[in-house]
Design a protein around this ligand. Structure first.
Ligand SMILES: [Zn+2]
Length: 312
């Protein structure tokens, strides 16, 4: 099976070279590029209705998902596995002076040799086992593996019992317009082709659980996410009469003190514990400097759950 390494690596590099930062035109470009790539596989040239480039629904941004499927010819099972992955990435501001190279793994790795790096990153850089660049791990290499499998089974449908659906979705890093829009096509195919969806495999990256952890984890099930948000209206006052008002920033800070990193707000299920909530945004709404205290503030927290609901 190891002969797939070169193919997956090449697909990964090809995808990383397309700047597909979420909420930019790059999302459109990468979807078209994947669509054309898959369409050029002989199986899809012969079955063009087995692939679709679909525009997202109710979205201000123009962007697309690519969906395709292979019908297995071994037996007559309708069981279907969805191989899914997102094709957008986060931004590159954190690359600082190297951000021009964030999408060119070879150039980036060359330049990184002149930078001061943490020991583990340095080891990875010189090991030849790692590729650096925005989106390599999160998650174009995952999409690349799915592409490899799609191509392989499109050439060997007689080895496939059941079907596979390939799904490359946009807007994972922001508002999930991609996956939400894809449900329509998945349901449509379910009716039209009798697909019985048995599993969905999301090939996104996994992280070590502790320093030096050599395991590669496969997580079953899903993790839920809440985003408890607070809008705080204080009572404004001139800063010289501080006690005649109530500063909303003060209340927000108190909330954060109680919620952030609080292990009591970790949710355990089946021996697995979520990481505690952390704020993703905390700000007042004052546009510029004045000597009046802020009128209002808001704050929201990332809140992972395994079994709790918004009620509990
Ligand atoms: Zn991801």
């Amino acid at each position: 099976m190891l002969q797939c390494r070169e193919d997956v690596l090449n697909y990964t590099k090809q995808l990383v070279h397309i700047e597909s930062i979420v909420n930019t035109d790059g999302e459109k470009v990468i979807a078209h590029s994947i669509y054309n790539m898959v369409l050029s596989f002989p199986y899809f040239s012969q079955n063009p209705s087995y692939i679709t480039l679909e525009k997202t629904l109710q979205d201000d941004q123009e962007r697309y998902n690519v969906l395709a499927f292979v019908k297995g010819k071994k037996g007559n099972s309708n069981r279907t596995v969805i191989l899914m992955g997102h094709i957008d990435t986060v931004g590159v501001e954190d690359f600082n002076q190297l951000k021009e190279k964030a999408f060119s793994p070879e150039d980036l790795m060359e330049s990184l040799k002149n930078e001061e790096l943490p020991t583990s990153a340095k080891e990875h850089l010189y090991s030849g086992d790692w590729l650096f660049g925005r989106g390599v791990l999160d998650m174009k290499s995952g999409v690349a593996s799915n592409l490899y499998l799609l191509k392989y089974y499109s050439e060997h449908p007689e080895e496939l019992e059941g079907n596979i659906v390939f799904l490359a979705e946009c807007d994972e890093e922001d508002s999930s317009h991609g996956i939400l829009s894809a449900l329509k096509t998945l349901n449509h195919w379910k009716k039209e082709h009798g697909f019985e969806y048995a599993a969905a495999v999301n090939a996104d990256f996994v992280a070590p659980r502790f320093e030096g952890d050599e395991n590669r984890y496969i997580y079953k099930g899903t993790v839920g996410k809440l985003l408890p948000s607070f809008f705080i209206t204080g009572a404004e006052t001139h800063v010289g009469s501080a006690f005649e008002g109530l500063d909303p920033n003060f209340i927000a800070a108190h909330l954060t003190t109680q919620i952030n990193y609080n292990p009591e707000l970790c949710n355990e299920a089946y021996g697995e514990t979520t990481i505690p909530p952390v704020s993703l945004k905390q700000t007042d709404l004052k546009p510029t400097y004045t000597v009046q205290t802020a009128l209002s503030a808001f704050v929201y927290y990332n809140f992972f759950i395994h079994s709790w609901s918004p009620k509990t």
